[in-house]
Design a protein. Structure first.
Lengths: 285, 782, 178
């Protein structure tokens, strides 16, 4: 399969890319690593008339620590994230998830920004973005703005990214010292995407009680979401097997579960519970 | 003589393949070559009302566009080559491009030829087709009902054939102490060799000669059929199977596409290439399995089995593919009793046409289905009478002293020592210990299971007179030419057409063993109808037992002649000579000898040949085996079912296979590994699923779960070697045993693990959700 | 459909190659049809099978999911550049020694993936190798001998890595030979 023909422009700066986007009047799509876009173009799920290649804009790459946040440039590859010492130190759950995306080849080429902006409902990173209360730095015709992860994922392949804007970086909140975190995934045997993926970040106070819990879940609904009821139920309790069993049932509360050939909605709801339990149990040690 | 038989020689086909110098069909580039692409029906069943190709024709770079109407009467229809006898078989026409009606999603409608790969695909999208949709039918039982949509004229109720073998009267079952009745669905599978199908054709208008390179397991069969379809005599049609990237049965069939490439190349007088993309492969290359098996097994409370009766309702898809009718009938039916002494058996098969991709051979072809049902049934029987699955096998397996053994459906199993293979496999696990661990684990809510598969396979297809008797429209012998060049180097021409199985190595080992020539001096030539006189190809695990035996016999003939020349040269009688270490040695006179090379040179110089001996040293064999061969073995699978998610985790897998003497243990082991994975693919993950509209909803690698490396533990394999009396090498086949054996071993193990939940059977693939639901049902009922 | 071609320059197996291509031209087609390097294969349309894997600036990527223009200015290594019979790469050697291939169609992509895997992890466990092969499909081998081949290559490569480290450590000038 091959993509339909398109015009190609290589942007050298974010400003230029934004201008090109504007000039294309909705006809253009951004090309970064291409690992979300090209597969869709090859099977003709999308056939943009114009591609703006932002893959060489240097400032969009790299990882740095800013205060209590880790800032990851949109073009940073999954492999870079997975291997980065800062990420492994300050947000190990992000490295853990990045190392489970797709396969070696995909991780070498796929980018954090491209992945999150694509918003595949079974993608791994959205769960972590939610659990680490990510902020999306966006640059558009009217300048820069910051979007919260909480309001970013609107539906399958739909985000709050404004028209003619570019996701330039994503910053992740560094969990407080002593917080425990993990990302646990059940990969689809064929696609490798998450049938369910649970990112859990839990902090405990000096009294041994949970004082902060964030659980991002992907793969089961039409978009990744935060299991807020489960989070609330954890706070103020001691993290124990008993507590975990109690709160896990809330992990799919209020969510409509997706259904496909591999897993029905009923089964996905069940898996959400089981994987929430298993993810939280990993934090007991 | 170097003893190369039984040596794990590194493969001789590898140097080109590991350096990127293989020559696969899509790698072929010819000057002035055009690209062809085929427009496929998006509907499962529709009438074509109108096709407008004008926009496609106008695309710059497009050379030609053809529709089914353009080709009507100009080329033949695509035939089936297995006319199962006494089955009232109907063979509705299969046009290379549909003329007025499409019958499955993927049916070809029109084709475009253009200067490059991209243009041809662009133009394809511009063809405008108006369809009148017709109601489709995708399920074989639905298709047989009165009032169901009819696919073809002259095929009432879509029944293409109705075949029976053996008979077991009802009273046998009525009077039996124990009768197990069970329905199994052998799901539809997509062969998915990593190389999709492709073809390149080149026509020489001045000579009228055509060459077609294509992804074929049997280039001579392709030539035979394409010659008729295209109206080109065999003398002017060369078919070449270059490096072929796996076949697994789906490259046996002759498809419309290869014929179309030939037609277009001749019509346009330019070389043309066509390469299927993976999405096309999913819908247009033949599928495997899709059989509904209703099985009855009768026996006694003591575990003695007395009768087997099967009804197989097979889904053949929209047209009868090349070998399709033989798969659910001959290849499935006759071996259905398996390795067990079951005195009575009967099989009835109804072949049904539906609005789906045609089905045909897929690794094992009929025999995995046969083995699956009997291995599942024997477990169910054991469970019913409270007997250990191992004990019931031991009791019913044919004993070593009972060979040759005539099964209830007329096959004669050549040789075997089933208990030895079983015992060897048991040595590789600790059964008693496992049962204890299983018991302990269950107490902790962990579910371990063990599954056995003590299979026998029919392969080495096969004697030609049997081929004729069962309706195969070809012979099943094999040709070999062994040409010793003046220098003593040897070219071997085989009619078999290996495509990954390693016979460029193992065949050289046979020749080396026979003639004492180092393998480096032996070239194996295959896959080209202009170089090889005739051949029937590689499938049905026939390459080594039939093709290899032909080579061995040709080698013997070479030796016979060489011995005459040697005796003459040494002035002794032939009976005074021994052939050893590559030389003819006079018995009892050390040092008095002549090497094979020296004899060869003499044969070519012909200065002093014995009376009546012609020059040159070359021999041919057209070997037709006396019987099929019957490899067998025991596979044991140990696994754990996740009690919460239903996920199956393979823990240990043991395979003991008996393919007769093993020529190259490394290659043979590789065949077993690959086969096991493919069989487990069916058990746990793979399944082609159509919706009610006939759309394939598992049509990409995103949905259709191919086995991956991380799904498996390292397998433990071993061989026993029981020679077959059928052929001069004593060898049986090894290419399909893994696929045949592993599927039921895994399913038996899952069902064993799920015993605490009262689970008796589950339909494949055993996806986590299916297993979880079965456990949930068990929990509710407990 | 009228779209301008663009110039692409890629250093393939050490040789600079330039061509005017359609922007939509996939790297794999550029290599196969444009440069005649047909050792890199195409096995699917959905970036799953990995038969098309090549090294792009030293990292394993699926060349069916990279546009030729994206590789402009980069180094590409295909199986043809990995090693020849006179000088096999340890991964090629492993595949031959351990019977890591049957039909050989997926093999170039699997080998390039293995090279990429070993670049990131020179001493992988069997489990890590199996996980590292997530992005490739092989229908013939059952993967077991591919795993053995990668283990063989890893041993060979860490052996020679070790030799180099010993040599470097013994070099008092501190310049090293690397």
């Amino acid at each position: 399969m091959i993509p339909s023909a398109f015009d190609y422009t290589r942007a050298t700066s974010v400003e230029e890319a934004v201008k090109l986007l504007q000039a294309a009047g909705g006809e253009a799509k951004l090309l970064a690593g291409g690992h979300s876009l090209l597969p869709m173009m090859k099977i003709k799920l999308t056939s943009p008339g114009k591609l703006i290649d932002i893959g060489r804009i240097k400032e969009l790459s790299g990882i740095r620590k800013e205060g209590n946040r880790l800032v990851v440039g949109a073009l940073t590859t999954h492999r870079q994230v997975a291997a980065d010492p800062l990420v492994r130190k300050y947000a190990p759950v992000l490295a853990e998830a990045a190392s489970q995306i797709g396969d070696i080849q995909v991780r070498n080429r796929g980018t954090v920004g491209g992945n999150l902006a694509h918003a595949d409902p079974a993608s791994d990173l959205p769960a972590v973005a939610l659990a680490l209360e990510a902020e999306f730095e966006v640059q558009g015709p009217d300048g820069k703005e910051t979007l919260d992860a909480g309001g970013f994922f609107l539906g399958p392949l739909i985000t709050a990214l404004p028209e003619n804007s570019i996701l330039t970086s994503v910053s992740f909140a560094i969990p407080p010292e002593g917080a425990k975190s993990t990302y646990l995934k059940y990969p689809h045997p064929a696609s490798g995407y998450a049938v369910v993926g649970v990112a859990a970040v839990v902090s405990t106070g000096p009294d041994g009680m949970v004082n902060d819990a964030r659980i991002g879940i992907t793969g089961v609904a039409d978009t990744a979401y935060r299991a807020e009821e489960a989070e609330r139920a954890l706070v103020g309790k001691k993290l124990s097997e008993q507590t975990i069993l109690e709160v896990a049932a809330l992990a799919s509360e209020g969510q409509e579960m997706a259904s496909d050939l591999f897993a029905s909605a009923e089964y996905r709801r069940h898996l959400t519970r089981v994987y929430t339990i298993r993810a939280l149990k990993r934090l007991l040690i | 003589m170097p003893n190369v038989f039984g040596t794990p020689l590194k493969r001789r086909e590898d140097p080109r393949l590991i350096t990127g110098k293989g020559n696969f069909t899509d790698d072929i580039q010819l000057p002035g070559m055009l690209y062809m692409a085929v427009l496929r029906s998006p509907h499962a069943h529709a009438r074509i009302k109108r096709i407008d190709v004008s926009a496609a024709r106008q695309v710059p770079g497009v050379v030609a566009v053809y529709t089914g109407k353009d080709l009507e009467g100009k080329m033949g229809t695509i035939p089936t080559a297995w006319l199962v006898p006494d089955s009232d078989i109907k063979t509705p026409p299969h046009h290379a491009l549909a003329v007025d009606q499409v019958r499955y999603v993927g049916d070809g409608i029109a084709l475009v030829v253009a200067e490059d790969r991209y243009t041809v695909r662009d133009a394809l999208e511009l063809i405008d087709v108006e369809y009148e949709e017709l109601p489709p039918v995708v399920n074989q039982e639905e298709a047989m009902k009165d009032g169901a949509p009819q696919l073809h004229e002259g095929v009432p109720n879509n029944i293409a054939f109705h075949w029976k073998a053996g008979e077991v009267p009802d009273e046998v079952f009525d009077r039996a102490e124990v009768v197990i009745r069970r329905r199994f669905y052998q799901q539809r599978l997509i062969p998915n060799p990593m190389e999709t199908r492709a073809a390149v054709a080149q026509y020489n208008p001045s000579s009228g000669e055509m060459t077609i390179w294509c992804t074929s397991q049997n280039p001579h069969i392709h030539r035979f059929i394409l010659s008729g379809v295209l109206g080109i005599p065999e003398t002017k049609l060369q078919v070449v199977a270059p490096d072929v990237g796996g076949g697994f049965g789906c490259k046996i069939a002759v498809y419309p596409d290869e014929a179309l490439v030939g037609y277009v190349a001749r019509d346009l007088r330019r070389p043309v290439k066509w390469t299927e993309d993976r999405r096309e492969h999913f819908t247009t290359t033949t599928h495997g399995r899709d059989m509904i098996l209703d099985v009855e097994l009768a026996g006694k409370r003591d575990g003695t089995l007395t009768a087997l009766r099967i009804k197989n309702t097979a889904n053949l898809g929209a047209y009868l593919s090349t070998a399709a009718p033989g798969v659910p009938t001959i290849l499935f039916g006759l071996i259905a009793p398996g390795p067990y002494k079951i005195p009575k058996a009967a099989v009835e098969v109804i072949g049904v046409l539906t609005n789906t991709t045609p089905t045909d051979a897929y690794r094992g072809a009929g025999r995995p289905e046969a083995t699956y049902q009997i291995e599942r049934m024997i477990d169910l029987f054991a469970d019913e009478i409270g007997m250990d699955p191992l004990e019931i096998r031991r009791k019913n397996l044919i004993r070593e002293d009972e060979f040759p053994f005539d099964n209830a459906l007329g096959l004669q199993y050549d040789s075997g020592n089933y208990h030895r293979a079983l015992n060897k496999a048991l040595e590789m696990i600790n059964y008693d210990q496992f049962r204890k661990e299983q018991e302990e684990a269950r107490k902790k809510g962990r579910y371990l299971g063990i599954g056995f598969s003590t299979y026998v396979e029919i392969c080495g297809l096969g004697p030609s007179k049997v081929a004729g008797a069962v309706g195969f429209q070809g012979g099943l012998w094999e040709s070999a030419t062994v040409r010793v060049h003046p220098s003593g180097k040897i070219s071997v021409f085989t009619g078999a057409s290996p495509h990954g199985q390693g016979e460029e190595t193992t065949f050289a080992q046979i020749v080396s063993q026979k003639l004492g020539v180092p393998v480096e001096d032996i070239e194996i030539v295959h896959g080209d109808t202009n170089r090889i006189s005739m051949g029937w190809g590689t499938y049905g695990s026939r390459t080594t037992p039939v093709g290899g035996s032909a080579i061995a016999i040709a080698c013997d003939r070479v030796l016979e002649k060489a011995k005459k020349i040697a005796a003459h040269a040494l002035e002794v009688s032939e009976s005074d000579l021994d052939f050893e270490d590559g030389a003819f040695q006079v018995q009892g006179v050390p040092g008095k000898k002549i090497t094979f090379q020296e004899v060869t040179l003499q044969a070519y110089l012909a200065w002093n040949l014995p009376e009546g001996v012609e020059p040159s040293l070359e021999a041919q064999s057209f070997y037709d085996p006396a019987n099929f061969v019957y490899p067998f073995g025991t596979h044991i699978c140990i696994l754990e079912v996740d009690g919460e998610t239903g996920e199956v985790k393979l823990k240990k897998y043991v395979a003991v296979d008996d393919p007769g003497p093993v020529i190259n243990p490394m290659v043979a082991e590789g065949q077993v590994h690959g086969g096991i994975v493919q069989g487990i693919g069916q058990a746990l993950w793979e399944g082609a699923v159509y919706d009610e509209n006939g759309q394939l909803i598992s049509g990409t690698f995103m949905d259709y779960a191919m086995p991956k490396a991380r799904f498996f533990p390292a397998f433990e394999t071993a061989f026993t070697e029981t020679p077959s009396p059928v052929n001069p090498l004593g060898v049986k086949g090894i290419g399909e045993t893994g696929t045949i054996a592993s599927t039921p071993a895994v399913v038996n193990a899952v069902v064993d693990a799920l015993k605490p939940f009262g689970v008796k059977d589950l339909d494949m693939p055993l996806t986590p959700e299916k297993v979880w639901k079965a456990m949930q049902k068990g929990r509710r009922e407990a | 459909m009228e779209t301008g071609k663009v110039n692409v320059t890629v250093t393939v197996n050490g040789v600079r190659r330039s061509a005017m291509v359609e922007p939509r031209m996939l790297l794999v087609h550029f290599l196969r049809d444009g440069l005649g390097l047909v050792g890199t294969h195409i096995g699917c349309d959905t970036s799953q099978c990995g038969a098309c894997t090549v090294l792009l600036d030293g990292e394993a990527v699926k060349s069916c999911t990279v546009l030729a223009v994206q590789a402009d200015g980069s180094d590409v290594t295909t199986v043809e550049g990995l090693g020849d019979m006179e000088n096999l790469h340890p991964v090629q050697e492993g595949f031959w020694e351990k019977h890591g291939l049957q039909c050989g169609f997926c093999t170039p992509g699997v080998m390039m993936t293995a090279v990429g895997l070993l670049k990131q992890n020179l001493n992988p466990t069997e489990e890590e190798i199996r996980e590292g092969l997530e992005g490739v499909l092989c229908r013939c081998t059952g993967y077991q001998n591919i795993v053995r081949a990668v283990q063989y290559a890893a041993a060979r490569m860490s052996e020679s890595e070790g030799h180099r480290e010993v040599a470097a450590a013994g070099d008092d000038s501190g310049e090293g030979g690397r």
